[in-house]
Every structure is written in structure tokens, then in C-alpha cells.
Design a protein around this ligand. Sequence first.
Ligand code: SF4
Length: 246
Amino acid sequence: MKSEYTLKEKIIEALKEQKEIYGDELFTSSLSLRKTEVRTDSSSDSSHNPALEAIETWEMAESLDELYDKIYECTKCVLHKGRNKFVFGVGNPNADVMLIGEGPGADEDRLGEPFVGRAGQLLNDILKAIHFTRQEVYIGNVVKCRPPGNRTPLPSEMETCLPYLTKQIQLIKPKLILCLGLTAAQGLLKKKDSLSALRGKIFELGKVKVMVTYHPAALLRNPNWKRGCWEDVQKFRKLYDEMKGN
Ligand code: SF4
């Protein structure tokens, strides 16, 4: 049963990758269940294992394009109801650096791309100031559909959507992630600390180092926070240079 064996191997590999990023604490209860139930010994019979049957096809995507094709019509949470465009993410599929925001706003929902409005322009300027281009990094969000009225995504919505982002991280294999804003940081790092407590620190998500700064939209509302953001991103760039041996 070669095809079943290959399927099982792929599932085990996907679960191992999840574990590399999040240790024993996987995102969804369903995935945790599957992790518990999937037997990794070669004698187990995948054709009769309900855990294997529950694995969704997107979890085995081998490229960002394949993942997009499998999830762009997602209806797993209520946010799909107000969606104009699904906002998957954009940038270099082999990026060393990922930037993660909260969720699409009106412009992003209209165009299907993250950070394209005024906040997006400011993000481009921030990137330029630390010698990155938008094209060389990868930009995504913790939820891929616009919350109504730009409200903060609910914890349940983030928990439902976050496995897609985890899969993107697995496929891109960045060295560094910069979380933009408290919601992205709390969602990705699974922490409840305040933004001021999270900023300036270096966290580890498996092999990926993660830092936190302000969301560009917050900087537009509170320009006096730009100095703090500048300090954060300079530290981020320094960490990147150290990791690259520059
Ligand atoms: S926000 Fe995420 S989980 Fe919710 S419908 Fe959109 S893609 Fe699916």
C-alpha cells in the first residue's frame, strides 16, 4: 500500500514540523487529538486510523501556492461572511524575515494584499529605513479575512486561523519574525503580556526568533510612538545582521 504509506509519512512530517515550532502545544484541539492518535510506528495501519482520515489536505501542502489553493475559500470562522477578498500574504516565499500583522483592513480586503493602505506605506518606509525591501520579506496576518468594522479578531477567530499561518511559517522557514502590534504578538506567541512588556525582547518559536513592535496603524494614530518603533526595528536589524554574520 505504497500510497497510504506515503500519506502517513507526510502527515508525520507535518506534525513534526508543527512540533518544531510550537513544541508539544499545538494550536488546535483537533490537531492535538490527531497528534495523540497518530501512531508513528511503521506497523500501524493508516487506512483504518480515524486520526489520519481527519487530516485536512491543506496541512500537507508543499508550497505556498498549493496552500493558497486549498484555503482561499475557507469558511471556518464567521469572518468569511464579510470578506471581499481573502488576504493570504505576500512576498518572498524563501524570505529570511516575516512580518506578521493583525488582520486585513478595508484596503487590504479590497485588494487582497496585506498592508497596502497608509499603514502599508508606513511599513514600507520602516522596512526601507532598516535596509529591507517589501519584496525580500514576507508579510502576513494572524487572520486572513477582515474583521467587521476593523475590530480586533476574537481569540476564537485567531485560534481557528492561526494554523494556516503556522503552515506558512513551516513552508517559508524564516530566521526572524517581527510581530506588528499586540494582537499579532499575543496570537503568535500565545502570551498575554502587554505590548510594552513584549517589546525589546527576543522570543523563540522553535528555530525562529521573534521580536515585537508597534502596528504601523497605531503609529499613524500616535506619532510619538515612532521613536520606540525605531529602536525596536534597529534592534531587529542588528539581530538579523548577527544571524547572517554581516
Ligand atoms: S479568518 Fe481565517 S479561519 Fe476565518 S474564515 Fe478567514 S481564513 Fe478561515
